[in-house]
Design a protein around this ligand. Structure first.
Ligand SMILES: Nc1nc2c(ncn2[C@@H]2O[C@H](COP(=O)(O)OP(=O)(O)OP(=O)(O)O)[C@@H](O)[C@H]2O)c(=O)[nH]1
Ligand SMILES: [Mg+2]
Length: 308
């Protein structure tokens, strides 16, 4: 998709902490080097590992870059950097997730948002609702976080801001019932998207994961095939912990996509490479700031350009 300047500006700004950390270290290792040797590879690998890219992923990136350079008989450090950039793009590219836009495969298109407490589920839904409404879609927000008292008003605010409908029940009621209502209502009103906000839950709490599974079953009962997407929202400031969360949520409900928020608040943005390397789940969106435009489609080339 064609991107305007503001997209890259926001992305660069949002990734500045991660970029600074990576570039500073890499700059130091490369400074004054005339050629490439084993020591350079080792130091580079260490930098990647300490930038939350992870051991296996760092090794894979370096090994592939090394192989290509040898193949082409190249020995200058700048080419090595470029080669690693290319390997990073090849790693991320197949993981670019995309939401259907014009012709929706189903109506409504139901998206669950799950994740541990405070990762950014509700705000992400709000921002996405605004974007979808702007592109002319009809949207329902399902307040299926019935656990936290302030959750529904928080979502309702986003409903007002975006003009999306909101379906909510009383605090403490069964979240599956909200899901049921929201999908049924969407079918009647011919709504395009149902965005389901769920309560923050720890991936280690079995009963809470069971509740999430039940919500999926109920959705599928009202509308066979629903939910069309099961997104896990991850907080980039959690670094490596995000991997374990993703694995456990995936095991429980079979994720179809990931959203990585708060990239702007951390230098641990490199974790996205590890996620792409270790998990077979597309990354749909990244959050690089608090504003609506800071919720961006995940694009491999732009991301690598902005972080390294
Ligand atoms: N800096 C920054 N803050 C973000 C981003 N995304 C979300 N936040 C903030 O993260 C905080 C928590 O967001 P919520 O949307 O309430 O998180 P939640 O996952 O719904 O939380 P619970 O429902 O309590 O589990 C809010 O202050 C958001 O503004 C982001 O990309 N960057
Ligand atoms: Mg919430």
């Amino acid at each position: 998709m064609a991107r305007n300047n503001s997209f890259f500006k926001r992305l660069r700004k949002g990734l500045s902490k991660s970029r600074e950390q990576l570039n500073e270290k890499v700059g130091a290792v490369f400074s004054g080097r005339k050629g490439i040797d084993e020591e350079l590879f080792e130091e580079l690998e260490e930098i990647l590992i300490t930038s939350d890219i992870g051991f296996d992923t760092a090794q894979t990136l370096i090994e592939s870059a090394k192989r290509k350079l040898r193949h082409k008989d190249i020995n200058n450090p700048e080419s090595l950097k470029q080669s690693i950039r290319e390997e990073m793009v090849s790693l991320l590219k197949p993981k670019e997730g995309q939401l259907p836009t014009d012709a929706l495969p189903t109506s409504p298109y139901v998206i669950f948002f799950a994740g541990v407490n405070g990762v950014g589920k509700t705000t992400t839904i709000g921002k996405l609702a605004l974007k979808l409404k702007k592109s002319g879609k009809k949207v329902i927000l399902a307040a299926a976080d019935t656990f936290r008292a302030a959750a529904t008003p928080q979502l309702a605010l986003w409903g007002e801001k975006s003009g999306a409908y909101i379906i909510a029940h009383q605090d403490g009621s069964d979240p599956s019932a909200v899901v049921y209502d929201a999908i049924q209502s969407a079918q009647h009103r011919k709504v395009d998207f149902v965005l389901v906000d769920t309560a923050g839950r720890l991936h280690t709490k079995k009963n809470l994961m069971e509740e999430l599974k039940k919500m999926c079953r109920v959705a599928n009962k009202v509308m066979p095939g629903a939910p069309q997407e099961k997104f896990l929202v991850l907080d980039a400031t959690n670094g490596q912990n995000a991997i374990m969360q993703a694995k456990m949520f995936h095991e429980a409900i079979g994720l179809t996509g990931l959203i990585m928020t708060k990239m702007d608040s951390t230098a641990k943005g490199g974790v996205i490479f590890q996620i792409a390397h270790e998990l077979d789940i597309p990354i749909h969106l990244i959050g690089v700031g608090e504003e609506v435009e800071d919720l961006q489609d995940f694009e491999a080339e732009a991301f690598v350009q902005a972080i390294f």
